[in-house]
Design a binder for this molecule. Structure first.
Ligand code: URA
Ligand code: SF4
Length: 191
């Protein structure tokens, strides 16, 4: 995978419009709303989740369900709010029943994320969960390891990558919660 370096004539608005009308993979058939992403990028911090869930699909906004509430708490723990960060997903439409996204869906949808990255030029990307960690690490030339090994660690290249557990996983496995708070302390140290 290769980093997209061009963004001539491209804009977040253009990408958003394309995503909302996209029919490149079968997920468009079951979605209510595609979820392009939202937030501020003044501070050049980007969070990349996996795919929208039920609530996100209903509202067309990222991380607005239970996992999102926890993400808000994590951000607040280091003095940030959603306005300070851009939040999106690798896959922009909800997989039915919240199943994992397939390799094919990731392959077809990730060019949108590549373009968002090319425009926003984040200084720090925090992938949430193993699917986005793998995608982002490999995109920037790093090797994916076990999520338990790589989470909370900073990968330094053209940009800083700080993979984290997915906040939804921490809702089911309480022991991951403290790891997520620790990862956010690492993020704070990078600001
Ligand atoms: N989980 C994700 O990965 N993304 C969302 O937007 C919501 C829940
Ligand atoms: Fe298009 Fe991505 Fe939605 Fe598939 S998941 S229809 S590729 S926007």
């Amino acid at each position: 995978m290769q980093t997209t370096l061009y963004n001539f004539g491209d804009s977040l608005e253009k990408i958003e419009k394309e995503i909302k009308e996209c029919k490149k993979c079968p997920l468009y058939k079951t979605r209510k709303n595609a979820v392009p992403g939202e937030g501020g990028f003044q501070r050049r911090i980007m969070f990349v989740g996996e795919a929208p869930g039920r609530r996100e699909d209903e509202l067309g906004r990222p991380f607005v369900g239970a996992a999102g509430k926890f993400l808000d708490e994590l951000l607040a723990s280091i003095g940030l709010s959603r306005k300070d960060v851009y939040i999106t997903n690798i896959v922009k439409c909800r997989p039915p029943g919240n199943r994992d996204p397939t390799d094919e869906e990731i392959k077809l949808c990730s060019p949108y994320l590549d373009r968002q990255i090319a425009i926003m030029k984040p200084r720090i990307i925090c992938p949430l969960g193993r699917f986005s960690a793998k995608y982002i690490l490999e995109k920037f030339g790093f090797e994916m390891g076990k999520i338990s090994k790589i989470q909370g660690k900073v990968f330094e290249g053209n940009i800083l990558i700080l993979p984290m557990y997915h906040p939804a996983a921490a809702l089911y496995h309480q022991n991951l919660k403290s790891e997520l708070y620790k990862s956010f302390e690492v993020l704070k140290s990078l600001l």
